[in-house]
Design a protein around this ligand. Structure first.
Ligand SMILES: [Zn+2]
Ligand SMILES: [Zn+2]
Length: 683
């Protein structure tokens, strides 16, 4: 008797009945047999499942032998191995420790422990635990799988005082479907340690080539604040020391750029438990916010958008009509006002629709483009809130375009070009994704076919490369997402351009066509920054806080070397301010070195030192921050230059805005809308 399995390249492999993944690897080659970690098995039409090499294969399956070169799937296996080895070490070092769960996660693994009475763990304890783990890895302990009856396993863990494992077994039994009750559970043993575990695992612990314990944190059992607080140890593992070191370096770089830390150090924004997930912008942070808003406004207006502003609180009836009630209710905030149920808007679209509907529209009016720095609220569970990157209070750079079917492609093209223009301001490289119909959706299949074809057409017509992201569209239509890769290689989604044939129908939108008949317009939703909050968070991380000059809260700091120079310093400040430059005067009785150091810590782009010599010659000696040649954004060096005051003013005037925004400015040095705001005293 024999079985046949299929390899990734399609070839069939004949094996003896009962052959395992390890046998398959050996049949292919001795090298592969040595390198094999686990095997991915795929039954007809189902998702591939990674299993132990020791498991017998079924005839007809497709298999792929996983090795160190197989990427995330193989990494996940050895990270799970490492979690077991961590628990092995913990049991030896802390007798009586109770074990909860220890899964692999995106960047590594963790294990949750209930430590014996009086024991507390800190980062200082990690080296000793690592030491013990290394011994178990060096011993190449085999991972042996065994199946036990539910009652035997329960008895075993109860006898060991492992209450959490007993609870897990009870849960496995309880959550099993009635038609397939659970009779047995699997256990894995390596050396002296046995854990309740589904697997898979590598053949032995030596597959863990490099690992590191990273931190200790508290975590409630099952994430439930009414259950015990456990001690979670985080770690990561790789197939080589080199990969581990690269990972550590990436973490280090990310930590130095963490926008939450920069926000605190540069005094840009803060968060409070009084309003979770909602930033409080300080004056310096608000400067960044306002500069971005002004640029956004000027660029929108140059591209034929009309700015609107709409309420944030609406009758729930509106959300029923828009479909948000049906598909998005859990993420919304509701309240009752005078007996009416009202909801905070999670999106601006239904509001812009009200403006569209407020008049009769003709084909001559189209396209109509409304933009709004729209304040929306979305409920994010507190566990996922993350600085500015994941908030509940969101100011979108939103816009909705109402157009006719034959204008769709051109409008999408213009949106893409607009996006490229904005990203160009920051030198972002953009990656495009086309996301298609999700399982949760409204609208007919025919509508989705048309909408997906229109977006693909706009991309193809411009010869743009993009990936297809099947099933990731919005519930009302497909979309193009724009992603950028930051200075340390992380990918961020920024903008989105979404096509919508559904909402105009739901809201009964019409326009009068050239044929004098009524037509339904198409709606395009688009945001290019995403939200101002998140975009600023991304900018801070990308530039490591060294923001482009036009966004720097303080652009120039003037440091007089002595008292007599103070009057001249004052004059320099006035000149710069008159030119619209945001500057500060450091008149503290500190040494010059201290003033310069402080200004550098605040990441101020121009530090202007003035003394009697400069006063006499009408010059300044400037320390100017420049991006280090060839270095990623955020790595800067300072250049010293002696400059005539007039020349410096001209330079700052020139550099104060990127070219494309400067073109939109009035001669007074301000963006037109900025000047308008001041006149109207808005914001
Ligand atoms: Zn396990
Ligand atoms: Zn929208």
């Amino acid at each position: 008797m024999s079985i046949t399995v299929h390899l990734p390249d399609g070839t069939a492999l004949e094996l003896a009945q009962g052959a395992t993944g390890a046998d398959a690897a050996a049949a292919i080659g001795a090298g592969l047999a040595r390198a094999a970690i686990a095997v991915a098995v795929q039954r007809d039409g189902s998702e591939p499942q990674v299993v132990d090499l020791a498991r017998p294969l079924e005839s007809g399956v497709r298999i792929a032998i996983l090795t160190a070169k197989s990427g995330p799937q193989a990494l996940e296996v050895i990270r799970h191995d490492a979690a077991h080895v961590l628990a092995t070490a913990m049991c030896e070092l802390y007798p009586g420790v109770k074990l909860a769960i220890g899964p692999p996660i995106a960047e590594g693994f963790y294990y949750d422990f209930d430590l014996p009475e009086g024991v507390r763990l800190s980062d200082d304890d990690l080296p000793a635990i690592e030491e013990r783990m290394r011994a178990h890895i060096a011993a190449a302990e085999r991972f042996e799988r065994s199946e036990l009856s539910v009652s035997a396993a329960r008895e075993r863990f109860a006898a060991e005082g492992q209450d959490y494992k007993v609870e897990l077994i009870d849960d496995i039994v309880r959550s099993a479907p009635a038609q397939a009750p659970v009779q047995t559970v699997s256990l894995y043993t390596n050396g002296p340690f046995t854990d309740l575990c589904r697997g898979p695992h590598a053949p032995d612990t030596s597959a863990i080539k490099a690992f590191r314990l990273q931190s200790v944190a508290g975590a409630y059992w099952r994430g439930d604040s009414k259950r015990p607080m456990l001690t979670r140890v985080y770690g990561t593992a790789f197939f080589s020391q080199k990969e581990l070191e690269e990972h550590q370096a990436r973490l280090e770089a990310a930590r130095a750029r963490d926008h939450r830390r920069l926000g605190r150090d540069l005094d840009l924004f803060l968060f409070s438990e009084l309003s979770p997930g909602s930033p409080f912008w300080t004056p310096a942070g608000m400067t960044i916010f306002n500069e971005l808003t002004s640029a956004w406004r000027a660029l929108n207006s140059a591209r034929g958008y009309h700015e609107v502003r709409t309420p944030i609180l609406y009758d729930a009836e509106l959300w029923r009509q828009s479909g948000h009630w049906e598909k998005y209710r859990e993420n919304m905030y509701f309240t009752e006002v005078e007996g009416r149920q009202m909801g905070l808007k999670p999106m601006n679209c239904p509001a812009h629709i009200q403006i569209y509907k407020s008049a009769r529209r003709s084909y001559r009016d189209l396209p109509i483009r409304y933009s709004e720095a729209g304040l929306v609220h979305r409920h994010e569970p507190s566990g996922v809130l993350h600085g500015l990157l994941r908030v509940r209070h969101i100011t979108q750079d939103d816009a909705h375009i109402f157009c006719s079917e034959d204008q769709v492609q051109e409008e999408v093209r213009a949106c893409l070009q607009f996006a490229f223009e904005i990203y160009e301001l920051f030198d972002f490289d953009v990656r495009l994704e086309l996301s298609t119909r999700p399982t949760q959706r409204i609208g007919s299949e025919e509508m989705w076919d048309r909408a997906e074809a229109a977006l693909a057409g706009a991309l193809d017509a411009q010869g743009l490369a993009y990936e297809r992201n099947e099933g990731d569209g919005a519930f009302y239509g497909p979309k193009i997402d724009l992603h950028m890769e930051d200075a340390i290689g992380r990918s961020w989604q920024l903008g989105t351009i979404q096509l919508d044939y559904s909402m105009p129908e739901r809201f009964d939108l019409r326009y009068n066509g050239a044929d004098n008949a009524e037509h339904v317009p198409v709606m395009i939703h688009r945001a290019l920054l995403g939200s101002f909050e998140r975009f600023i968070g991304i900018l801070l991380e990308h530039f490591a806080g060294e923001l482009p000059l036009w966004l720097a809260p303080v652009q120039a700091l003037i440091a007089p070397v002595s008292d007599p120079a103070a009057a001249y310093a004052q004059r320099v400040a006035e000149r710069l301010r008159a030119g619209g430059v945001r500057c500060e005067l450091d008149l503290r009785a500190e040494s010059l070195g201290r003033k310069i150091r402080d200004a550098e810590l605040r990441k101020i782009p121009y530090i202007l030192v003035v003394g009697p010599k400069e006063a006499a010659a009408s010059t300044v000696s400037a320390r100017v921050r420049r991006r280090r040649k060839g270095a990623p954004p955020g790595e800067v060096e300072h250049h010293e230059q002696q400059t005539e005051l007039d020349e410096l003013c001209a330079e700052l005037e020139r550099e104060r805005y990127p070219q494309s925004i400067r073109a939109l400015r009035t001669p007074g040095g301000r963006l037109p809308t900025e000047a308008l705001e001041q006149k109207l005293d808005i914001l």
